[in-house]
Design a protein around this ligand. Structure first.
Ligand code: FA5
Length: 389
């Protein structure tokens, strides 16, 4: 009845136990006895270990110990083939049923423990979405950038192209090509930032007008362009001046253009920027690269002058200095000397040009009374335009 080291097994305790004892072989001590008490004891051991396992890792060890190759049940299973033929069926049933009970208990406990572990992990990993975070505040484009984009859109809406030029500019483009005399006051060190070393022939451009000459050379005529960009002058910072500011240049060269086209274009840009009918005026002026030349002024937005030309300005107004007018830019018909400098025949082509100060437009459009606010980086100014802190 026995193969292996165990003492002879007791008589079958269950009437279902059909396995006939197998002859003992002392030479194979690892082969368990295949009888009901042995298999039942192995199954009970396994079931006790399974229910005692406190986690899936421990259960894995239980599985290896009780149904792995070295376990009693597996060894008994392997030994069945060596039993006498008439005992195989009963032994197979006994071991198979025992193993089945253990496997079923293992699967149930595995599911139970895995669910408990998952629940514990979820509880441990819970994110408290109400906790304060290190959220980065949202920035916003500087209002000057937004306005510059808006102005570019207006040019594009008129069917014009946008052109750009370098901020470090050749003196020739900044002055010579634009018909500035060699001793023109604007060239003085007091007005212009020169790029070292002395005599480099390079300046920080003092206006966007050099783009006129560059684009005329590059693209030829006819030409309709808008050129927004940053310019530099040795001006002191005050309510209406800053040393680094932005301009937008307009240049139209075609056949039969007149001053009327210039005025119509400026008025249409003013309407697109401000809506309604802004009060503007052209005042005779002088620029070496336009002839005739004018300054374009807007009625002051800050004092009594804002109500129209029939109303007096406030003599103490810091925005218009009591004049009732804010200078927005210069303009005029392109000087034939400029056209000749870039190889265009002034008998055939004429044109107009203008250069507007973008900071001044922002002042008028958004009621900014002091240019300090635009450049000093006080976050309260930026917040007004959408920057968060
Ligand atoms: C010019 O710069 C000419 N290039 C404009 C021009 C273009 C004339 C094409 C004719 C044909 P002006 O120096 O006036 O012109 O400057 C133009 C505008 O820039 C001024 O009207 C003003 O709105 C603005 N501006 C000038 N200096 C400053 C400054 N320091 N800070 C802020 N805005 C300024």
């Amino acid at each position: 009845m026995v193969r292996g080291a165990r003492a002879p097994a007791p008589a079958p305790s269950s009437p279902r136990m059909k396995a006939t004892p197998v002859p003992e072989s002392a030479s194979t001590p690892d082969v368990p006895v295949i009888d009901e008490p042995t298999i039942t004891a192995a199954v009970d051991d396994a079931l006790a270990a399974i229910s005692a396992a406190s986690g899936t890792a421990e259960l894995k060890q239980v599985r290896i110990a009780h149904v792995g190759d070295a376990g009693v049940l597996s060894r008994a299973n392997r030994a069945i083939k060596d039993l006498p033929k008439d005992q195989k069926a009963a032994a197979g049933k006994l071991v198979g049923q025992g193993k089945g009970r253990v496997q079923k208990a293992l699967a149930a406990r595995q599911a139970e423990l895995a669910a408990a572990e998952e629940e514990a992990a979820l509880a441990a990993e819970t994110v408290d979405v109400t906790l304060p975070t290190d959220r980065r505040p949202r920035g916003a484009a500087h209002p000057l950038t937004t306005l510059q984009d808006r102005i570019s859109d207006i040019f594009i809406g008129m069917g014009w192209e946008i052109a750009e030029g370098p901020e470090i500019e050749a003196e020739w483009f900044n002055f010579d090509a634009l018909n500035f005399d060699i001793d023109h006051p604007a060239r003085q060190m007091q007005d212009t930032f020169y790029v070292a070393p002395e005599g480099s022939g390079q300046v920080l451009r003092t206006h966007t007008s050099p783009v006129q000459a560059r684009v005329l050379l590059e693209r030829g005529v006819p030409l309709y362009i808008g050129c927004p960009g940053t310019v530099f002058r040795t001006d002191e910072l005050d309510a209406t001046h800053t040393p680094v500011f932005n301009q937008v240049e307009g240049l139209a060269i075609d056949k039969d253009l007149t001053m009327a086209n210039l005025v119509g274009t400026l008025d249409s840009i003013a309407r697109a920027l401000f809506g309604g009918e802004p009060v503007t005026r052209l005042r005779p002026s002088y620029f070496p690269f336009t002839e005739p030349s004018a300054e374009m002024d807007f009625r002051c937005f800050s004092c009594g002058a804002r109500q129209g030309t029939d109303h007096d300005a406030d003599p103490a107004c810091r925005v218009c200095s009591g004049t009732g007018w804010i200078e927005m830019g210069g303009c005029g018909m392109v000087n034939p000397a400029v056209l000749r400098a870039v190889g265009v025949d002034p008998e055939e082509y004429q044109g107009f040009a203008f250069g507007l100060g973008i900071e001044r437009i922002l002042m008028l459009r958004n009621g900014v009374a002091d240019m300090h606010d635009m450049v000093e980086g006080d976050v309260r100014f930026s917040q007004h335009y959408g920057t968060e802190i």
